[in-house]
Design a protein around this ligand. Structure first.
Ligand SMILES: C=CC1=C(C)c2cc3[nH]c(cc4nc(cc5[nH]c(cc1n2)c(C)c5CCC(=O)O)C(CCC(=O)O)=C4C)c(C)c3C=C
Ligand SMILES: [Fe+2]
Ligand SMILES: [Fe+2]
Length: 346
């Protein structure tokens, strides 16, 4: 006879067959990742793993690794660490991305009752492997992984999938795995963005003349090779404009965070923001729908650096709309995704 199919021990099973907890459903939220501390050393460790992922930088290793190890990891960590220091959450000694991801998991867990909800980071800690092993140990035989990227990209969503399957590749008894799809056009997501935007405008007490819709950028080459990310961003932008009654001229699309020398998706957010100020726009808002949690890209690059660019170029009022973070609207989105994608399990 073959090995037992369940944790019940049949007559013929070896006496040492372990009792195995099983039968639970797990949901694992996964975001990009973040350094452990706002120091050059911790940022170097994080960037080494992040920028070594071939999904992120797809250049031949023989070309890329010497640049990464010889130049980037010697220069960038110190500057990036200084930026992390500006946004670090001293209360809990962690980055905002880590804080909000944990809050999202805890609050989703309260909504889902029997389901075990946990969180992991694609780069850094806690890793996907660590959390999948823990969930399995705690009896999860069915696990839904939710990459926290509304717009699909091979650089982000696919990289999470790769890592999940690398982790289960090492398991003799694998849990059943589902990966939730991107949610760039999910009604709950668009409505959540619209609602938090309206609340934000009410709280600041003024209305912008323009709203820049800024998404994280990507090399143009990745789009040319078939990555649907740009199209997902454009659709989110179109649906959000429709929901808010905005025109494209009032709410232009832009891409931030260019990295390296290649051509990236355009227009660049910092150039768009500077041009708006130079052409007489005095009050702008920036919304970053591609990020579901505030992070260095939203809090430093936009709310600090792009604000400075706008004011220095003649702008007068600048506001960055907070990400969905752990607002009830975000938890509604996650609950909607979890209930649909784990249908038949929960
Ligand atoms: C080739 C480089 C990069 C690609 C491609 C890329 C795609 C990409 N990234 C995000 C989301 C985030 N990126 C964040 C930080 C960050 N991204 C890159 C480079 C690429 N990203 C770098 C070098 C960094 C580190 C910061 C810096 O040194 O400038 C973050 C923030 C993490 C945090 O801890 O706050 C997020 C989130 C997406 C969605 C994406 C592709 C669609
Ligand atoms: Fe990035
Ligand atoms: Fe950036």
């Amino acid at each position: 006879m073959s090995t037992p199919l369940s944790s019940e021990r049949p007559e013929h099973a070896p006496a040492a067959h372990p009792a195995i907890a099983q039968g639970k459903v797990g949901v694992l939220l996964v975001n990009l990742g973040t350094p452990e501390a706002p120091t050059a050393g911790a940022v170097r460790t994080y960037l080494r793993q992040f920028l070594s992922d071939q999904r992120i930088v797809d250049l031949p290793r023989a070309l890329w690794l010497p640049v990464l190890h010889g130049v980037i990891l010697n220069i960038r960590p110190a500057a990036t660490a200084r930026n992390y220091k500006k946004i670090w959450r001293e209360e809990s000694d962690e980055s905002p991305l880590r804080y909000y991801t944990r809050q999202q998991a805890e609050k989703l867990g309260e909504r889902l009752g029997q389901v075990s909800v946990d969180w992991a980071m694609r780069y850094g800690k806690p890793s996907i492997t660590e959390k999948l092993n823990l969930m399995k140990k705690n009896g999860c035989t069915r696990i839904l992984v939710v990459p926290l990227y509304p717009q699909y990209s091979a650089t982000t969503t696919a990289s999470v999938t790769d890592d999940v399957f690398d982790a289960v590749r090492a398991m003799r008894w694998q849990p059943a795995i589902r990966i939730a799809p991107a949610f760039h056009d999910l009604p709950a997501y668009i409505e959540g963005l619209a609602k938090t935007t309206r609340q934000h405008f009410a709280s600041i007490g003024w209305q912008p003349e323009k709203v820049v819709l800024s998404f994280h950028g990507l090399p143009q080459r990745y789009f040319d090779a078939g990555d649907p990310y740009y199209c997902h961003c454009a659709k989110t932008a179109r649906l959000l404009r429709a929901e808010m009654g905005w025109s494209e001229a009032f709410a232009p699309l832009a891409f931030q965070s260019k990295f390296g020398r290649e051509k990236w998706l355009e227009p660049a957010a910092d150039e768009t923001i500077e041009t708006l100020a130079k052409t007489g726009t005095k009050k702008i808002a920036v919304i970053m729908p591609g990020f579901v949690a505030d992070c260095i890209e939203t809090l430093e690059e936009i709310d600090i650096a792009a604000r400075e660019t706008f004011i220095n170029a003649g702008g007068e009022a600048f506001t960055a709309i907070p990400c969905l973070n752990d607002a009830p609207e975000m938890i509604n989105i996650l609950e909607d995704i979890a209930r649909r994608e784990a249908a038949g399990w929960v």
